[in-house]
Design a protein around this ligand. Structure first.
Ligand code: MOS
Length: 741
């Protein structure tokens, strides 16, 4: 395996490129999971629980079974016995809900699957599903909102998690002796991923081989989990996810609908296709859990941070534990030697929460960055100056140097483009006609990670290239940056490069998550390229070859040719001479020991202008300026687009998004009409600039990845701007209009 940590070779292949799959997507040529139709296919439709907590006593199925086209109904009493996935990140076999479908008769949430109807058409399956009658033992002892448990002072509710509490120095004493102190609580409502493309599974068994078309952020993880569940070798399972209409974390790990669908296909001996409805999406495919947070800060009169306490609490589920560790990144954010963080969980009757874009950190950063703004008000200090004063020039948590950190330039660059110096700190002092203007800012941050990865690189006799990896493109531009990389490495134009992703039978690639796909995949592509070139050199130096018996080290690959001494041979000619259609090789790459030498993190700064029109109670974000340091952007066009998307999502957290439950535990805004998301009409001018400081400690491409950082800080910057406009401190996200009145 190649371990490239910048010492081997440094690449500069930054270039603006529109997505190579853009045309396919816009013309309907991209095959999403639910677009797949197989010969002899049937349709599955889940039946979901209509109670929030209790037991399923019995199902009445006669009427449903007699409906037209119904083939079978699967449920607790007739389902296959399966094994649970061991659920290990290291073994890459996680599932989102560890419980198997229909494993027991316990009902833990509204929308839990209680049966799967399979029929010859979607309409027949759906009509029959409505005829299934369920008898329950209903429990009224349930909880859907942890905010009702908070006493508003002292410790947060919930059970403290061991393992994720961390502390530096002595935060308690430092707080006690600080001349300036703050103790505040913050909450963020549950957010739903609201992906454009519904979760879908199309499963087919051929003999003992399972193929499943799924909208997945991790085809390899899903393959491995299915193999464990069915007790078959991973080679007998193939997961295909060529195109994905976003996932935001909800498609990282398989949900039960995929297992139900695969079992039904095996039992019926026919392909089964299950596509979740939008309502089922909102019931049973995860969410960003509601969080409660308490932040205590201690500072001296000059604004030096003396202590930080950050306690977090998030919802978890009886059907699957999820720790969002909202306070986890806090010890790394500012230069403060006395830090104590904890996280707690409260079990609610909902499906398991799961990661949602910038999981944990976007929630935690909201609380910390709002608290800092409050501290600046207490100190009568500019909030940007307060942050600058506490810049951490190494990672305070580990004591390691940053691999590369240009946060100070992000602050200055964004402040100057925004015009921060024109800010009047007095609430309500800035006006434009009927509108009151507020300026707010926050720091953005996300950890930079990297995983192991393999890829295949092939030269074809027609001059084209094949580059393949068992990762997937969730819409972020992975196809494009892989093609760019192959093009830059070979000098072969991007149009001649055939990139294959989204197939678990390809060499194992990473999840599309955690912002680590770019930093993980490109080094493997480069390693595979090197392997493929050495195959070419072996051909060229073989008996009768162009450079017979030459030393392979003396041969160079340049722009599609092998060069030796003053001579060269075109790779396509070499293949033709050897009567080969393709010369290819697999290469692998993984991180080295750099994690023990450096702390890898990306930082940025976001500035927001809000406008509040009290006459008509309209609050809007008018401008957003963000400057981000992600090392090198391989494709600045798609990278900026990721940050812009993150900002849209941050506006959702700050202004609009909240799942709401009625007294029976029914999530009533479980559709795109009632669940409020930012839409085009809400969008302000968004101005994103990426600094360009390649981080060669992270990988030879200098790229730390960009998927999530854009979201962090946005809600805090909005809330801080609202304070600047109105003097009202809103610590409870989203800032829906009634909170402004
Ligand atoms: Mo992201 S929550 O890693 O899809």
């Amino acid at each position: 395996m190649t371990t490239d940590t910048g010492k081997t070779r440094e690449h500069n292949l930054s270039a603006e490129k529109p997505r190579i799959d853009g045309t396919l997507k816009l013309t309907g040529g991209a095959d999403y999971a639910a677009d797949r139709n197989l010969p002899n296919q049937t349709w599955g439709y889940p039946v979901t629980s209509t109670i929030t907590s209790g037991k399923l006593v019995s199902l009445e199925l006669d009427e449903a079974l007699a409906m037209p086209g119904v083939l079978d109904i699967f449920h607790h009493d007739n389902f296959d016995r399966l094994s649970r996935s061991p659920n290990s990140f290291a073994e890459e076999n996680l599932t989102s809900e560890p419980r198997l479908p229909f494993e027991d008769n316990e009902i833990h949430y509204q929308g839990q699957y209680i049966a799967l109807v399979v029929a010859d058409t979607l309409n027949h399956a759906r009509a029959a599903a409505r005829k299934v009658r369920a008898n329950y033992e209903r429990s009224d002892d349930f909880l859907t909102d942890i905010r009702t448990l908070d006493r508003g002072e002292g410790d947060l509710p919930g059970e403290e998690q061991s393992g994720d509490a961390s502390s530096l120095g002595d935060a308690d004493s430092a707080l006690e002796s600080a001349s300036v102190r703050l103790d505040q609580r913050y909450t963020i409502a549950q957010e739903n991923h609201s992906v454009m493309e519904m979760h879908a599974s199309v499963a087919q068994w051929e003999n003992d081989m399972l193929t499943i078309y799924e909208s997945s952020q991790g085809v390899v993880f899903q393959r491995n989990a299915l193999a464990k569940i069915f007790g078959i070798p991973p080679e007998k399972v193939t997961v295909i996810s060529h195109f994905i209409g976003s996932g935001f974390g909800s498609k990282l790990f398989m949900w039960p609908h995929a297992i139900m669908t695969a079992v039904a296909a095996r039992r019926l001996g026919r392909p089964v296709k299950t596509v979740l409805s939008r309502q089922q999406e909102y019931l049973a495919t995860g969410y960003r859990p509601t969080s409660l947070q308490r932040v205590r800060l201690g500072a001296d009169d000059s604004g030096r941070l003396l202590s930080i306490h950050h306690d977090g609490c998030n919802e978890s589920s009886p059907a699957g534990k999820h720790d969002d560790t909202v306070s986890g990144a806090t010890p790394k954010m500012y230069d403060c030697g006395n830090v104590a963080v904890t996280n707690r969980l409260v079990t609610v009757n909902k499906c398991p929460p799961c990661p949602m874009r910038a999981p944990g950190e976007s929630s935690g950063n909201f609380a910390l960055e709002t608290a800092l703004d409050e501290l600046a008000v207490q100190l009568d200090m500019d909030p940007l100056e307060l942050r600058k004063k506490n810049f951490a020039d190494k990672d305070p948590a580990s004591g390691l140097p940053w691999s590369s950190n240009h946060l100070r330039e992000c602050w200055d660059n964004a402040a100057s483009r925004f015009g921060w110096d024109k800010r009047n700190a007095t609430p309500g002092a800035m006006k434009d006609g009927d509108e009151i203007i507020g300026y707010g800012m926050a720091t953005q941050s996300w950890e930079a990670m990297r995983q192991h990865c393999s890829a295949r690189f092939g030269f074809r006799a027609d001059g084209s290239l094949l580059v393949a990896c068992g990762t997937q493109d969730i819409g972020t531009g992975t196809y494009t940056i892989v093609a760019q990389t192959a093009s830059k490495l070979t000098g072969i134009p991007i149009e001649m490069i055939d990139v294959r992703l989204g197939d678990s039978s390809l060499p194992s690639g990473p999840l599309s998550g955690g912002s680590f796909a770019t930093s993980t995949v490109l080094p493997a592509v480069s390693a595979a390229f090197d392997e493929a070139v050495s195959q070419l050199k072996t051909l060229a130096t073989a008996e009768g070859g162009a450079f017979e018996n030459a030393d392979t080290d003396a041969i160079e690959f340049q722009d599609g040719r092998l060069v030796h001494g003053g001579q060269s041979v075109d790779v396509t000619q070499l293949l033709k001479d050897n009567q080969l259609g393709l010369v290819d090789a697999v290469g692998s790459a993984q991180p080295g020991d750099e994690q023990s030498q450096y702390s890898f993190r990306s930082f940025g700064a976001v500035f927001v202008e809000i406008r509040w029109d009290p006459g008509i109670s309209r609050l809007r974000v008018a401008r957003v300026v963000s400057t981000i340091d992600i090392g090198r952007a391989i494709n600045p066009m798609t990278a900026r687009n990721q940050v812009e998307g993150g900002i849209v999502m941050g506006m959702g957290m700050g202004l609009f998004e909240q799942a709401e439950f009625d007294h029976s535990g029914y999530p009533y805004n479980n559709n795109l009409a009632d669940y409020i998301l930012p839409v085009n009409a809400d969008m302000p001018e968004v101005d994103v600039e990426l600094l360009d400081y390649p981080d060669y400690h992270h990988n030879a491409f200098g790229a730390r990845g960009v998927g999530e950082i854009g979201l962090t800080g946005v809600a805090a910057a909005i809330s801080n701007a609202v304070y600047n406009a109105t003097g009202k401190r809103i610590r409870d996200m989203p800032i829906s209009i009634e909170k402004m009145l």
